[in-house]
Ligand binder design. Structure first.
Ligand SMILES: [Zn+2]
Length: 173
């Protein structure tokens, strides 16, 4: 995680109150996370860090783009992402985490937020993404090809009386 050291917040050095940080995420960032579904991306992360005596409150504002495959035409495109996520930091004897709260030992010098930024960027990507999300149009060549493939698959399907019945009832097409 040394390569991501610049994502560390020097928490002990901060006075109580609100602080702001900016982090730049690029394609190299994602390579530090094994099996990352995102391989290419750029994002700016603005962090509002509120240091209070008993807890830290963090708000991550993420804007950027990540490359994903379109679920309709399968072509890779740059998906704009924009998201705001909150995370509380509390103190405990040992470090552990639960949803929206991380526990750290009192007296930690630095808090590395790269892992949380990574998770939040992934959360900002919807389950289904199409060119529509980027205000773009699908690749017509790919669509033509995919439609053809579907036609072939349908023609090769064995006769299905249930499906035929549905077709007769106009539930299909
Ligand atoms: Zn598409």
């Amino acid at each position: 995680m040394d390569a991501l050291d610049h994502f560390s917040i020097p928490v002990t050095g901060l006075h109580n109150g609100l602080h702001e940080f900016d982090f730049q995420v690029d394609t190299g960032f994602f390579q530090h996370f094994e099996g990352s579904p995102i391989q290419v991306g750029d994002a700016n992360v603005h962090l509002l860090f509120d240091k209070r005596p008993d807890l830290y409150s963090m708000t991550f504002q993420i804007t950027g783009t990540v490359e994903v495959a379109c679920d309709r035409c399968l072509e890779i495109f740059a998906l704009p992402i924009e998201d705001t996520q909150n995370l509380l930091v509390k103190f405990d004897e040992t470090a552990w985490e639960e949803a929206d709260v991380i526990y750290v030992t009192k007296g930690i010098q630095k808090l590395n937020v790269s892992k949380y930024i990574y998770e939040f960027i992934n959360l900002a990507v919807p389950m289904v993404t199409t060119h529509d999300d980027a205000g773009e149009r699908c690749n017509p060549e790919m669509l033509k090809f995919l439609t053809k493939e579907e036609d072939v698959a349908e023609a090769e399907e064995p006769l299905n009386p249930f499906k035929d019945a549905l077709r007769d009832l106009n539930f299909e097409n």
